[in-house]
Design a binder for this molecule. Structure first.
Ligand code: FES
Ligand SMILES: [Fe+2]
Length: 363
């Protein structure tokens, strides 16, 4: 499977996880999330090691997960601590795989790779997600497409005028070209600036709610910055034509993609703003507009692309690339490099340990 494993992924928004048992498949693995008695986040496999029952059908008893099938109980470290049957002996190997977790930016992050390689600096620095100067509307969408098709889409401003013709489409952005910017921390930006035109529908709605009637021409910027493995930060805004951005309205958006399988993705999104912080009606309209754009517009086309590609490698299909693909192409190459390096390192260390095993004297 072509996933970067030594990386953080969002397992859930923090407010999704309680002492109820939440299950989510991540990178093809069945994961269980809950909070222990102290409110600390715990992530383990959702598969009971006895007869493979789904643990999320069980319950938490004294901070331990009780399997719904025969009642084995496992503590937060994954160790089986109780067997209600017969002599009560705890079976050998009755231990759950656990995953390192971290709560930041309003989300529960999970490390899917080698625990020895954990690096908290790899959680993206999307500061607007916990800055009190911002207010975020957040959501989660299930997408029937590989996560890399979604990052391509988020870096690609050429689809806006086609796919999003009722929400994000903007003629001045259509006529602009994409500027590529690479930062020293590995962030790859694909930026467009549309000048002197009409704002897209979603910004018309926000401008009218916040500033009143639309008058004159506007400029509109759409900037998408990718970080490995699948995080995209958007700065998107409008200002009266020729005026500084500070005189306009901008949202900072987070797109946090967690592969569920090779062909499906958990898409965590947040739209953050510094204006009209306490406006539930605006929140509701942003949610309606965003979900419409992502579910009814992007998801449908991305699922279609997934079906047409039918599991074939992107490069093997020799795509006819457009100028607007410049960001997506760069990030695909950067991620390919990271995944190849990680897989090479893992197979080298497998070979070293099997050579060591075969050199050990047989007792
Ligand atoms: S399957 Fe979980 S205790 Fe038997
Ligand atoms: Fe889109």
């Amino acid at each position: 499977m072509a996933f970067l494993r030594n990386a953080w992924y969002v397992a859930a928004w923090s407010n999704e996880v309680s002492d109820n048992l939440l299950t989510r498949k991540i990178l093809g693995e069945q994961v269980l999330l809950y909070r222990d008695g102290a409110g600390e986040l715990v992530a383990t496999t959702n598969v009971c090691p006895h007869r493979f029952a789904p643990l999320n059908m069980g319950r938490v008893v004294d901070g331990a997960i009780e399997c719904p099938y025969h009642g084995l109980r496992f503590d937060a470290s994954g160790q089986c601590v109780y067997n209600p049957d017969g002599d009560g002996a705890v079976p050998v190997n009755a231990r759950l795989k656990t995953y390192p977790v971290e709560e930041r930016l309003g989300a529960a992050w999970i490390w899917m790779g080698d625990p020895a390689k954990i690096d908290l600096a790899m959680i993206p620095d999307f500061e607007f997600l916990d800055d009190p100067a911002y207010h975020a509307v957040t959501g989660l969408i299930h997408v029937r497409a590989n996560y890399r098709l979604i990052t391509d889409n988020l870096m690609d401003q050429a689809h806006l005028h086609m796919v999003h013709n009722t929400t994000l489409a903007c003629d001045m952005v259509r006529r602009a070209t994409t500027q590529l910017v690479r930062e020293s921390d590995g962030t790859i930006w694909a930026n467009r600036l549309g000048e002197a035109g009409e704002t897209p529908a979603i910004f018309q709605m926000m401008w009218q709610a916040n500033r009143g009637p639309i008058e004159g021409d506007f400029d509109h910027w759409v900037e998408s910055g990718w970080k490995a493995p699948a995080f995209v930060r958007n700065n998107t805004g409008v200002a009266p034509h020729g005026r500084p951005r500070e005189e306009g309205l901008e949202t900072k958006n987070a797109h946090l993609l967690t592969p569920e399988t090779e062909t499906t993705t958990h898409y965590f999104w947040a739209i953050s703003r510094t204006f009209d912080l306490n406006n539930p009606e605006l929140d509701a309209n942003i949610r309606i507009g965003t979900e419409h754009a992502f579910i009814n517009e992007d998801e449908v086309i991305l699922h279609g692309v997934q079906e047409m590609m039918d599991g074939q490698d992107f490069w093997s299909l020799r795509p006819a690339l457009m100028q607007a693909d410049v960001g997506a192409v760069q990030l695909r190459r950067a991620l390919d490099k990271r995944i190849t390096a990680e897989q090479a390192e893992a197979s080298a260390s497998d070979e070293t340990s099997s050579a060591r095993r075969s050199a050990e004297p047989v007792a």
